[in-house]
Design a protein around this ligand. Structure first.
Ligand SMILES: *Cc1c(COP(=O)(O)O)cnc(C)c1O
Length: 237
């Protein structure tokens, strides 16, 4: 099917913005001696329609993030492109089954109850393994979800006893601040916490999902393996 002129234009604009983000990821990698190939980019498509997701895919995106289970499942039925979908917003146990059925990975596990609900849901729908990340409230911001840094190891022990969950790493959202040093401290702290957890649990916890439109360069400098960007690609929501 031929794309409309409008779509062609939005794909071109998105491809340019994507190239600009990738070039900043490369610079940040170069500054810290990292290999840019180990950093993946997620396009956060919340509050945007399915046509934006298809345009993003045409521009070269292969991974999208959504905050709400129901918004995402509605969109998935209308998107034509084949993409990986991850949940990056808060999850309630009554949506666990829908989440397990519709997301390739869930980044927001932050309590035992939700881990158990996901494990049960995986069993019910016969999904052998659900990749998950632990969301850590690294800045101890009372307005943010996530397990406290002190509680992370105990929660990991609980998650390990849940069958069918594959814990792959950590995710965080730093507290909002005009001062980039705040985000940097948080990102560095998440990496240090990850290293401690690896040493103490023997898990590999490879993934560090951190950095958004306003701070992804800093996140890459501090060790991010996955950045989650929305506004810089799609504009203000
Ligand atoms: C919305 C959102 C993003 C993307 O934020 P931008 O500032 O638009 O890049 C990333 N991560 C999470 C968890 C989000 O909710």
């Amino acid at each position: 099917m031929a794309m409309s002129e409008n779509n062609e234009k939005s794909v071109r604009v998105l491809a340019e913005r994507l190239a600009a983000v990738r070039s900043r990821v490369e610079s940040a990698s170069a500054r810290t001696g990292r290999n840019p190939g180990e950093i993946r980019l997620m396009a956060v498509t919340k509050n945007h329609g399915p046509e934006i997701v298809d345009a993003a895919a045409a521009a070269g995106i292969d991974l999208v993030g959504e905050n709400r289970v129901q918004e995402a499942t509605g969109k998935q039925s209308q998107v034509r492109a084949s993409l990986a979908w991850e949940l990056i917003g808060p999850l309630q146990s009554n949506k666990a089954r829908l989440a397990v059925a519709h997301f390739d990975r869930i980044q927001t596990v932050d309590r035992e109850k939700i881990a158990r609900a996901l494990g049960r849901a995986a069993e019910e729908i016969n999904r052998p393994a659900v990749p998950v990340l632990l969301q850590v409230n690294i800045g101890e911001d009372p307005r943010k979800a996530g397990v406290s840094p002190e509680g992370a190891e105990a929660l990991i022990d609980q998650i390990r006893s849940v069958e069918r969950l594959d814990l792959q790493g950590l995710m965080t959202i730093p507290p909002f601040s005009e001062d980039p040093a705040v985000a940097r401290r948080c990102f560095a702290a998440l990496r240090v916490l990850r290293d401690q957890l690896v040493a103490n649990t023997g898990l590999s916890l490879h993934e560090l999902s951190m950095g958004m439109s306003g701070d992804f360069d800093i996140a890459v400098e501090e060790g991010a393996t996955l950045i989650r960007v929305g506004t810089i690609l799609f504009g203000e929501r």
